[in-house]
Design a protein around this ligand. Structure first.
Ligand SMILES: [Zn+2]
Length: 240
């Protein structure tokens, strides 16, 4: 889906009346539908690693091992359905000091969805994560970065902040080498950057999930961040 990639890279020139809705709903940095955190506050020399669509076996566990070895904390935007499948993995994510965000239950495109549907996706995921960890997330990332009417009202009512990203790794593209993923993630890295990565896939049969290239890219990303003089924060810390 090349247009999504261009949108994710913030490279789509948009004009016209339909364009403003397209821009507002689809460009990760847009603030048209409501406030979204794209980058954390500057001045503390920290960036946030974020992993979407998990948890997944064994990739989330491998990522946790790498994070532990390097002393980095991260944020996992989990899909509720995958949380129900792997509650033990979510418990470990939580126990090791990482932050867990809501990434909807089934990972739908939110375009043209009714507010009640959107709210249901959010609530089922809040409940699944709370059952696994005892805590409800405070941050939300919409699937594909797509925001739609009704979403921000639902987030406000639940005390959730919408979090997008400033640096896309393009690790969802196929084929990408670990080197290409690391290079994309670290391109124009700045204080407060939020890096988008994936530890799983939207809910689907386990045999169709492969985040191994992201796992192999992660050590180089962590090293690159440290070399650039940054430490690591969770997006909860960015949100404050
Ligand atoms: Zn996703």
């Amino acid at each position: 889906m090349p247009w999504m990639e261009l949108v994710a890279a913030g490279l789509v020139p948009i004009a016209g009346a339909g364009g403003i809705i397209f821009y507002g709903s689809s460009v990760p940095t847009s603030q048209v539908f409501g406030p979204s955190l794209v980058r954390g506050p500057a001045g503390k020399k920290r960036i946030a690693l974020t992993f979407d669509d998990g948890p997944a076996q064994p990739y989330t566990l491998q990522i946790l091992d790498i994070l532990r070895e390097s002393g980095a904390r991260a944020t996992f935007f989990a899909c509720g359905k995958n949380v129900e499948r792997f509650p033990d993995i979510v418990r470990r994510v939580h126990a090791e000091g990482h932050s867990i965000g809501n990434h909807t239950f089934t990972h739908p495109f939110l375009y043209f969805k009714q507010p009640a549907f959107v709210a249901g996706e959010i609530d089922r995921t809040q409940a699944a994560i709370e059952r696994a960890t005892g805590e409800r997330p405070r941050v939300f990332r919409p699937p594909y970065g797509v925001r739609w009417f009704g979403l921000f009202g639902a987030l406000r009512e639940r005390g959730l902040r919408c979090v997008q990203w400033s640096n896309a790794s393009f690790d969802w593209r196929d084929p990408m080498t670990p080197e290409e993923i690391a290079r994309a993630a670290l391109r124009r890295i700045e204080d407060g950057a939020v890096i988008l990565l994936h530890d799983g896939r939207e809910p689907r049969p386990q045999e169709q999930v492969d985040a191994s290239t992201t796992v192999r890219a992660l050590p180089a990303i962590i090293e690159g961040v440290k070399k650039a003089g940054f430490g690591f924060a969770t997006v909860d810390e960015f949100v404050g």
